[in-house]
Design a protein around this ligand. Structure first.
Ligand code: 5GP
Length: 122
């Protein structure tokens, strides 16, 4: 499977502002934040897209949400609320092909999360 920039963050060969780490997952601040708080929770296992998740990944994928909830509580925005979202492939807006849960907080989130309602890509 192709390496991504996130493998380099996992092995610490490039820096990131790491917020949490355990044997299954890593959380770090997004380099291009889209909200006052924006971090990513990723599995250490390489899984390219949501489409590549298998039954064997139940624990690791569920764990991403456990880490998101833990950090939301620790950072004090759990009750206020936040968005936790994973993009998949081109139409989903995915640019890094190693699954990651975006956690966005610190302001009210819009819904739907796009502006040009029904326009498909050319
Ligand atoms: P996607 O568009 O794939 O859902 O999200 C990829 C996210 O990774 C983007 O929000 C982008 O800003 C973030 N990102 C890309 N490269 C880096 C990097 O080298 N370091 C960090 N911390 N975030 C990155």
């Amino acid at each position: 499977m192709a390496e991504t920039i996130f493998d380099k963050i996992i092995d610490k060969s490039i820096p990131a502002e790491i917020l949490y780490e355990d044997e299954l997952a890593l959380a770090f601040s997004d380099i291009n934040p889209q909200a006052p708080v924006h971090f990513l929770v990723i599995p250490k296992k390489q899984i390219a897209t949501i489409n590549d998740i298998t039954e064997a990944d139940r624990e690791v994928v569920g764990h991403l949400y456990v880490v998101a909830a833990k950090l939301a509580a620790e950072k004090g925005f759990a009750d206020q609320g936040y968005r936790a979202v994973m993009n998949c492939n081109e139409y989903g807006g995915q640019t890094v092909y190693h699954i990651h849960l975006h956690v966005l907080a610190g302001k009210p989130m819009g819904w739907p999360p796009y502006t040009d309602k029904m326009k498909p890509l050319e």
